[in-house]
Design a binder for this molecule. Structure first.
Ligand SMILES: [Mg+2]
Length: 235
């Protein structure tokens, strides 16, 4: 098997509740070096934040997985679909047929009023960018991170792309991740909402339910300043 890209030591292995700007002492397992992190620019290059200025935002961050959370994509020309797109990948042309999860546009419109929106996908960038450009015409989603930003680990001989929220650049008391894959969220379970995988069913109402919950979470966050506490209150 090909070695996975970006073999970094996740900060969360060393300290799970890493806060932006907080002083932490640790040994860099790659270099053996003793490190102290006091500010984003002193973080070792293999641990740098994806968005070093994000902690200055006044809003909490809502990180959304894409495949099976917001959309259901099939390879080939499959009907019915909301989006059909053909992408050239090397010598190959690949056709994608995409069904959007019901209530997706309303969900994004509503959430953008409260949260900074980000896609955190383990898919490749070419496909992800092409798809986000098509379903987010209102450009509510301001940030995107892809497979190369995930932390690759091996579980039971299978590669798993974990989404390490401590790499993003926002404090963990201000980040929520929504994902259908329990293995992707394993580093920061307290920050995460596991959503039922979207199979393309037009009667699916998970995003409607999620919108109601995330509105309550936001109201509680405004009072207590901590999304982890707010998520515990509104299960
Ligand atoms: Mg997914």
């Amino acid at each position: 098997m090909q070695p996975l890209v970006n073999q970094v030591q996740p900060i969360s292995r060393i300290r799970s509740q890493f806060q932006v700007g907080q002083q932490i002492n640790f040994k860099d397992k790659r270099t053996g070096e003793e490190c102290t992190v006091v500010a984003e620019n002193s973080i070792p290059s293999n641990m740098r934040y994806f968005f070093p200025d994000l902690y200055k935002s006044s809003k909490p961050l809502l990180a959304l997985d894409m495949d099976l959370t917001l959309v259901n994509t099939k390879i080939g020309y499959v009907k019915p679909a909301d989006i059909q797109m053909t992408l050239t990948q090397g010598a190959a042309r690949v056709q994608y047929s995409v069904v959007l999860r019901p209530f997706l546009h309303e969900f994004l419109d509503s959430m953008a009023k409260m949260y900074d929106l980000m896609i955190f996908t383990s898919a490749g960038q070419l496909y992800a960018d092409a798809l986000i450009d098509r379903f987010d015409k209102a450009q509510h989603i301001k940030r995107r991170v892809y497979q190369q930003h995930c932390t690759p680990i091996t579980e039971n001989g299978q590669p798993v792309f974990v989404k390490d929220l401590s790499r993003i650049g926002q404090s963990l008391d201000r980040i929520i991740l929504v994902d259908d894959n329990a293995r992707s969220i394993q580093y920061q379970l307290d920050n995460s909402i596991l959503i039922k995988a979207f199979d393309g069913d037009t009667r699916d109402n998970e995003l409607e339910k999620l919108e109601i919950r995330l509105k309550k979470v936001y109201e509680t966050y405004i009072e207590c300043g901590n999304v982890v506490q707010a998520l515990k209150k509104w299960k």
